[in-house]
Ligand binder design. Structure first.
Ligand SMILES: *Cc1c(COP(=O)(O)O)cnc(C)c1O
Length: 376
């Protein structure tokens, strides 16, 4: 955890659970991506954390943005980005939202079906489109699997359809799955992409762009490769599959940009057991799945948890949130080691929580306020 976050928490002593994001870490992460993949345009995936301070910093650093809704588009426009630097990357859009984005100057849209192409052809005539291709998310800790993208042979139909309807068929996109620990995970999707480029060229349509998506990891409990390792592996795959006719590329980091920039401060509300002779402690916090820790679903993301008693002996615990919903258990299948001396009222720090937390918090389930967020 950064010194700045530690100082902020010590001086401000905010009451209740809160997220603190350190902009200096976001800045370092951006510069690391820019160095690791100097030929790729960075489109920050806004959904990971849309805090205005983060967006303003990234605009200042020269980032472009990937948005999933008109509201996100308005957020990044308010931060000062040019509409030409926005992609509307959700493959599921209302036609009136496409028209709204087009009216604001957005010219790049994601599709994975001919129905979506028809909407864009009507609401954003002449705009650029890229087709999302299904991609196996093997190895990813937070897979995005089957919801987005179409099979490669169908992507040909979608892109040809776009071209015939006056749109600019720009290229393809894929997402190798979020929190992807394998830097070689992009290779197969790039082979597929290059095959799509070749087939399209055979039909007289020159594609120019590959959107490499997100997937770059944050560090949770396990070490992950440096972003430079990802850059090297992806550059090698691009050369392998495209030779010296390299396409223009985009990356869309979300988690990798802001995940390790944030820490959540929370409090132990109750420690109890379920039977007289049961050793297993249930530790209830003042934050849970509905307070912003939704990515503990299926215990997929395992956050590092720090306490002031970390030098003491530990024993496995079930960790749960404060709401009256049995879904609100964070870690149970794989109990989490916490200090035996942990006590009601202790403060705990949940690290690596800069991404996919503040906007996942519910409005007021059980009366618990949405996660307070400080960007410093
Ligand atoms: C969520 C998302 C991202 C960001 O993914 P990370 O794994 O957080 O980097 C990028 N692109 C698209 C289209 C997304 O939906």
């Amino acid at each position: 955890m950064s010194e700045r976050i530690r100082d902020f928490l010590r001086e401000r002593r905010p009451d209740g659970p809160c997220l603190v994001v350190d902009l200096e870490i976001v800045r370092d992460n951006y510069l690391r991506f820019a160095r690791a993949m100097p030929d790729s345009r960075i489109h920050y995936a806004v959904k990971a954390n849309p805090a205005p301070e983060i967006l303003a910093l990234l605009v200042e650093l020269g980032s472009a943005f990937d948005c999933a809704s008109l509201t996100e588009i308005d957020l990044v426009l308010a931060a000062g980005v040019a509409p030409a630097d926005i992609s509307f990357g959700n493959t599921i859009k209302k036609e009136r939202d496409i028209a709204g984005a087009f009216a604001r100057g957005v010219r790049l849209f994601a599709v994975d079906s001919t129905v979506e192409v028809d909407k864009i052809a009507r609401a954003a005539p002449g705009a650029g489109v890229f087709c999302r291709v299904l991609c196996d998310n093997q190895g990813a800790e937070w897979p995005l699997s089957r919801k987005f993208g179409c099979a490669p042979d169908m992507a040909i139909d979608v892109l040809v359809h776009a071209h015939r309807n006056g749109l600019e068929a720009r290229g393809v996109s894929f997402h190798v799955g979020s929190q992807q620990p394998d830097p070689n995970a992009w290779d197969r999707a790039l082979a597929t992409s290059s095959a799509i480029f070749a087939t399209m060229a055979g039909r007289g349509i020159e594609l120019t762009m590959v959107n490499l998506g997100g997937g770059f990891p944050a560090r949770y409990l396990r070490d992950v490769p440096e972003v430079g390792t990802y850059g090297g592996a992806i550059a090698a795959s691009l050369r392998r599959h495209f030779g010296n006719r390299l396409p223009e590329t985009i990356i869309e980091p979300g988690r990798g940009m802001v995940g390790d920039a944030g820490v959540i401060k929370a409090e132990v509300v109750l420690i109890s057991r379920k039977h007289r002779d049961d050793d297993l402690r249930w530790v209830y916090l003042d934050i849970g799945k509905f307070g912003g820790l939704a990515e503990t679903a299926d215990e997929a993301i395992r956050y590092p948890i720090r306490t002031a008693r970390d030098r003491d002996a530990t024993a496995p615990c079930v960790i749960a949130g404060p709401t009256c919903d049995s879904l609100d258990v964070l870690y149970e299948k794989a109990p989490y080691p916490l200090p035996v001396s942990l006590t009601v009222g202790d403060e705990i720090l949940i690290e690596g929580t800069g991404a996919y937390t503040s906007t996942y918090a519910s409005v007021a389930f059980n009366g618990f306020a949405p996660l307070q967020s400080y960007v410093i």
